[in-house]
Design a protein around this ligand. Structure first.
Ligand code: AHR
Length: 620
């Protein structure tokens, strides 16, 4: 591999090159990154019907002691369903309540993670015809062990109208599979609505689960594409994600059933929180909105204007100053400064649908008129032929086998350099090569990404998909980050992304790889300056074959004409078996191992193990 490391060599790669695609799939947000512990906090999961679906809430007590139903008596206009609990037993007398009382409990998303010494805030709304004495507690999954508990006592006049109650707890013990209980031993009728339990300790208090946020921060994403994916489209338009229903006070958010990935979301992680997430990661938000098209129904172009207005309002919400109508709503939510929204995508994977072009142009014209600087992403792939409509970027999605993706390291070599740029907004090896996240898949992805770096004059952005999976609800395999209520690990595909975190904004160096045709090898070199101003050269090589390769490296054009041995490192991602995966038991079975380079010079001979991804960082 001959590398020209001179200042004038190569081309600068876009600052936006590598980012993340966050979709509400696999409980990535609800029951994942969004730290809310209660699932179905408004008892609304059945929609506005009565009786509603209160799942996963369950009842403590039998028919002789408690009757639970739902009605439409809530004080919240957008979600009228409330839970009605008629307590038939009492603390004394003929029908005595069981010890511990009767009531309801919520197990959260397959168990709440309650940790000793950590604080939790429980909020709920309550109404009753009588005085109340309610025990609020976190318990083990069978209710027998109490981790934190407090009593809420109020007079009848205090709760004759809906009243907000707030409790701050510190847990006495740890239990990763806990539940929240609301119980009483006092006869009467009590209504509950909008019950929330949040750990106090979330990223900057913004509601993001710390460990999952950190895993994102560690790959230094330059953008966050959100919130889908198919989640944006819906099977039916009535179930698509609509931003206006996801903002404002959490109690007023109606929530919705995401009918593609088949679960209810309370939409605590809404449009505002997505914008906040991007800002907290130091990344640019890329908002994908519904363009009047779902999987099964479409709005005609002649009637799409309300959707266009909705998108324009969404842009004003993100970017308008606080004197604008929607900017004021954002400011009231605690973010007076505009968010740095520069990119939007008109729909997801809709290019082939009848109304796409017509609808697209309505959005395009209206957005460009109001916000000429906003970059607009089309769903139509322009990598092999020019688009028939204007766009700044186009989506390119690829889910394929390992061999295919590895060979696609040349995918953009022949793409026209004129016209819109490519946004590889979803890529992954899927199917039997990938399992639930194999080394094989990761190696192919590494080869593909090196190809994207090489072509980063036309490829502006790339993100792996999907990003997260809650292991209790795998809707899609594989995914980059796997978690349950308290643990998380990266798949090999996640670790591959760590090798590219310095690439965005770096220089892609001119490098020539000489190899014989039987060698499955892709290699590249980049250079960048770290925050201390030191310049590094990173050589990356994927050996996709089953023989080791002796890579001769020759670095020319160095000024001063040398590399430093100290600080130069060697990082390898490999494993004993190609189909090896990580797990909660062995989270780093397939993870990069870094060592100091024993030999670092302008000319080096380095061994690449079979089926491995290796990087060499040379300090200039
Ligand atoms: O990443 C999973 C799904 O794959 C996305 O929702 C969709 O855009 C694609 O089909």
């Amino acid at each position: 591999l001959f590398i020209d490391a001179s200042e004038r060599s190569g081309h600068p790669m876009p600052q936006t090159l590598f980012g993340v695609f966050f979709e509400e799939i696999n409980h990535a947000g609800a029951g994942g990154l969004w730290a809310e512990l209660v699932s179905n906090r408004g008892f609304e999961a059945g929609g506005s019907n009565i009786p509603s679906n209160i799942d996963p809430w369950s009842i403590i007590g039998d028919e002789s002691s408690i009757i639970v139903s739902t009605d439409r008596s809530s004080c919240f206009e957008n979600n009228k369903v409330a839970l009605r609990m008629e307590v038939l037993c009492n603390s004394e007398g003929t029908n005595t309540c069981p010890s511990g009382g009767v009531g309801i409990y919520n197990p959260g998303f397959w168990g709440m993670n309650i940790e000793q010494g950590k604080s939790y805030k429980v909020v709920f709304y309550v109404r009753s015809t009588e005085a109340i004495d309610i025990s609020v507690s976190f318990t083990s999954s069978n209710g027998l062990q109490t981790l934190a508990s407090t009593n809420i006592i109020a007079s009848a006049s205090d709760v004759s109208n809906w009243k907000k109650m707030e409790v701050l707890f510190e847990a006495k013990e740890t239990n990763h599979n806990s539940r929240l209980q609301l119980t009483t031993t006092k006869k009467g009728v009590i209504w509950f609505d909008q019950v929330s339990a949040m750990p106090l300790d979330t990223y900057k208090g913004h509601g993001f689960r710390n460990d999952l946020f950190q895993m994102l921060a560690d790959i230094k994403p330059q953008f966050v594409r959100f919130p889908g994916g198919c989640f944006v489209e819906g099977e039916w338009l009535r179930n698509a994600f609509r931003w206006k229903a996801s903002i404002g006070p959490w109690e007023e958010r109606p929530g919705h059933f995401g009918d593609v990935w088949k679960y209810w979301t309370d939409d605590g992680l809404g449009y505002f929180e997505f914008l906040q997430l991007a800002e907290d990661l130091g990344a640019l938000p890329i908002w994908v909105f519904n363009n009047g098209i779902s999987h099964n129904d479409q709005v005609d172009t002649s009637s799409v204007l309300p959707f266009v207005e909705e998108a324009l309002d969404g842009l004003e919400f993100a970017r308008g100053d606080s004197s604008s109508r929607w900017g004021a709503v954002r400011a009231a939510m605690g973010h007076p400064e505009p968010f740095d929204l520069r990119y939007v995508a008109i729909g997801n994977e809709d290019c082939w649908k009848k109304n796409y072009r017509g609808n697209y142009l309505k959005f395009y014209d209206a957005i460009k008129r109001a916000y000429p600087d906003i970059k607009i992403i089309s769903n139509c792939d322009g990598s092999s032929r020019p688009l028939d409509h204007p766009a700044d970027l186009y989506d390119f999605h690829v889910y394929t086998s390992a061999n295919n993706l590895f060979s696609m390291s040349n995918q953009f070599d022949k793409t026209s350099r004129q016209g819109p740029k490519a946004f590889v907004s979803e890529y992954a090896v899927t199917g039997k090569d990938a399992g639930t996240g194999s080394l094989l898949a990761a190696l192919a992805e590494a080869g593909f990404l090196i190809g994207l770096e090489k072509n980063s004059d036309i490829v502006q952005m790339a993100s792996y998909a999907p990003l997260f999976v809650n292991t209790n609800d795998r809707r899609w395999n594989p995914d980059a980050i796997v978690f349950n209520s308290f643990q998380a690990y990266g798949t090999p595909s996640y670790w591959v992304q760590r090798f590219f975190r310095e690439s965005s904004g770096a220089t892609f160096l001119n490098a020539t790889l000489h190899k014989d045709s039987s060698t499955s090898l892709v290699a590249s070199a980049i250079s960048w300056k770290n925050s201390a101003g030191q310049t590094y050269i990173r050589i990356k090589a994927v050996n996709f074959g089953n023989n080791s390769v002796n890579l001769q490296i020759s670095v020319g054009g160095l000024d001063p004409d040398s590399v430093k041995l100290s600080g130069s490192t060697n990082t390898i991602l490999t494993s004993a078996n190609l189909m090896d995966e990580n797990s909660f038991e062995e989270p780093k079975k397939v993870a990069p191992i870094q060592t100091l380079l024993e030999q670092a010079d302008k000319k080096m001979s380095l061994l690449l193990l079979p089926h491995s991804f290796t990087s060499f960082d040379l300090l200039k």
